[in-house]
Design a protein around this ligand. Structure first.
Ligand SMILES: Cc1cc2nc3c(=O)[nH]c(=O)nc-3n(C[C@H](O)[C@H](O)[C@H](O)COP(=O)(O)OP(=O)(O)OC[C@H]3O[C@@H](n4cnc5c(N)ncnc54)[C@H](O)[C@@H]3O)c2cc1C
Length: 370
């Protein structure tokens, strides 16, 4: 019997899991390796921080998806991969062999790397990833904010830092919020019209934007690249969607940033027994932004190709859309939408984002089965 190992319960794997009870894979043993019994949907995290959602609203429980699917869940993380030997090493030291491996384990905030760039981050900062840990720790910030007006410094001028700084400004009344944007433009991956909307939205919410890098964190302060010290109660690390360090030395061909290089079939360009989708992968045939939208879109194609390969059929190529609808929440139930160079903003965009996000969670939130 062939053994398919699904690594990570990311967006694309949720789709495959949701199909397995109705369309089982005959004569295939399937193991899901994922560290938590649920997936917290990142798209709703800024809304959680802003106080619009309870954490439970953002949760997709795995147990109902796994029921009757024939999948065994190992609640573990991978810490190593030997692609030649077709073997994963898990965080309890055990190993797991496979015939076919599908990786959808997302990006990481590599704490060792971030600590090198920003000494003191490990000890003093709150990291956005793993999202499960962030979700567990955020209530402590809320409790602290009950006792005094906090100084919050969000480190990272990309979409995540922008959304979180506006969410924090909305929920922690009286807090001073600073966004440390580094030396790149704010929302650098967005067109100029969106960048201008972002700048104005931050200004309207009295968020101080500093174009400097954080180069150290100590108790009560963040050190800036220009030598200044910024008083800070809560340094929030919103930089980095990095490749997991355990991919180094796996033998897989990786891109220059260490993500798994995959072809038009979402298949490793070096090891055909390995498929990968979402942020952990990097297409060699087209440039894609790392985003939940692309991870979601990859799900059906990945599921179809895994089924095909296990049935001895050639996989089909998958072409991701060139443009996607991007929605940046602005903390106050509003949002900024963009599609290529087109952009719009307002409460109606926030309403649309809420509908899409809740719709995603609802799609995979099955009633518990016996
Ligand atoms: C605050 C925030 C808001 C965001 N908002 C948006 C948005 O509105 N729209 C958008 O498109 N993108 C958004 N993103 C980006 C989005 O989160 C990522 O692009 C998306 O999560 C990538 O999906 P994925 O399926 O590749 O991985 P993930 O969603 O990260 O899922 C990976 C899964 O693998 C598991 N895993 C991790 N490591 C291991 C391991 N070693 N072994 C086994 N399992 C492992 C994780 O626990 C998780 O279950 C946001 C990100 C953040 C942090």
């Amino acid at each position: 019997m062939k053994h398919l190992v699904m690594l990570g319960a990311g967006h694309a794997h949720l789709h495959l899991l949701s199909t397995l009870a109705a369309q089982p894979m005959a004569s295939v043993q399937i193991t899901l390796v994922a560290p938590y019994p649920r997936q917290l949907y990142s798209g709703m995290l800024p809304g959680f921080v802003a106080g619009h959602y309870a954490l439970e609203d953002c949760v997709i429980a795995l147990a109902p998806l796994l029921a009757n699917s024939g999948v065994t869940h190992l609640q573990r993380s991978a810490v190593g991969l030997d692609a030649e030997a077709r073997r994963l090493t898990l965080d309890d030291g055990s190993t797991l062999g496979y015939d076919l491996l599908s990786v959808n384990s997302g990006p990481v905030q590599d704490r060792a790397k971030i600590e090198q760039m920003i000494p003191g981050a490990r000890e003093h900062a709150l990291f956005v990833r793993p999202i499960e840990l962030f979700g567990a720790l955020w209530p402590q910030v809320l409790a602290l904010a009950d006792s005094r007006a906090l100084q919050v410094v969000v480190i990272g001028g990309g979409a995540v830092g922008i959304e979180l700084s506006m969410a924090v400004a909305h929920s922690l009344k009286g807090a001073s919020v600073t966004l440390l944007a580094g030396d790149a433009a704010l929302a650098a991956s967005y067109p100029p019209a969106v960048q201008a909307r972002v700048v104005q939205a931050l200004k309207d919410r009295h968020i101080t934007v500093i174009r400097e890098r954080a180069c150290g964190i100590a108790a009560g302060e963040v050190l800036l690249g220009n030598g200044a010290q910024l008083a800070c109660d809560v340094p929030l690390i919103a930089i980095g969607a990095q490749a997991p360090a355990w991919l180094q030395g796996s033998g897989l061909v990786l891109d220059e940033q260490g993500f798994i290089a995959v072809n038009e079939y979402q298949r490793s360009s070096s090891h055909p027994q390995v498929f990968a989708a979402g942020d952990v992968s990097s297409r060699i045939d087209c440039q894609l932004a790392r985003s939940g939208v692309y991870a979601v879109r990859a799900g059906p194609a990945l599921a179809k190709n895994l089924r095909a390969v296990l049935a001895g059929v050639e996989p089909d190529s998958y072409r991701p859309p060139d443009k996607t609808l991007n929605l940046l929440s602005t903390g106050d139930r509003g949002a900024i939408a963009s599609w290529g160079n087109w952009s719009a903003q307002g409460r109606w965009v926030g309403w649309l984002k809420d509908r899409i996000d809740r719709g995603f969670v609802k799609k995979y939130r099955l009633p518990a089965r016996r």
